[in-house]
Write a protein that binds this ligand. Sequence first.
Ligand code: ADP
Ligand code: MG
Length: 255
Amino acid sequence: TPATQDLVAADKVLMQFGGLKALNDVDLHVSRGTIHGLIGPNGSGKSTMMNVLTGIYVPTEGAIAFKGQSIVGRTSARIALAGIARTFQNVQLFGEMTALQNVLVGLHHTYRSNLLDVALHLPRFVREERTASARAYALLKFVGLESLAGEEARNLPYGKQRLLEIARALALNPELLLLDEPAAGLTAPDIKDLVVIIRKIREHGITLVLIEHHMDVVMSVCDIVTVLDFGQKIAEGTPAAVQANPQVIKAYLGG
Ligand code: ADP
Ligand code: MG
């Protein structure tokens, strides 16, 4: 039934860049309501997996279904509208726009106004803008940034920029949120805040895939972890089980 069906079912995914198999025969099944970790040494294919899930790359071979429907070959925009939002390994904000405006960018897809409504400031557009602003504030509040709504994104401390990216991704109202190393470069107190926010996101019924190098974060929030090494899945299981897996330990030490 749809209720128990995997939210994401990626099967035998091959992503080839010239002679390099960045992903080699990878299966990734993500259950609804879980926080699914994706770990592995640098260059093991983690970000590439997020890129094929979001339509940035079309896999060379393999199947990817979201809610039971194939998304292979769909544009990133269509995949986002279908319910998959993400953040990037490197912060990608509009630096000269305020925190609020950055979230509003994520909300624009919800507007129904046509160009004339916008150009003439007709009531529908004015109303929609007001609703969008309220929602953007609510999202900033959700990640603890409401007091910084009017600050230019580039002036925010790095940890706050990463939270702002999460708020913008949530503006898409996704069913699945992909976070690519959200704790990278964060201070210990910022990481604590991030962990609380990740748990809150899941409590709202959003499924997460989390790429993360901080093992303490992975251990404390993930229900299940998939481990990649040189583009191949080498282990999958609970955080405790994969951490104790000799093949995983070898991959990290020998990487
Ligand atoms: P990770 O996120 O696990 O560190 P990536 O998925 O970024 O690893 O990269 C996996 C491998 O694929 C690396 O060897 C990387 O250089 C290669 N790769 C990623 N994207 C491209 C691309 N667009 N063109 C060529 N090689 C790429
Ligand atoms: Mg990466």
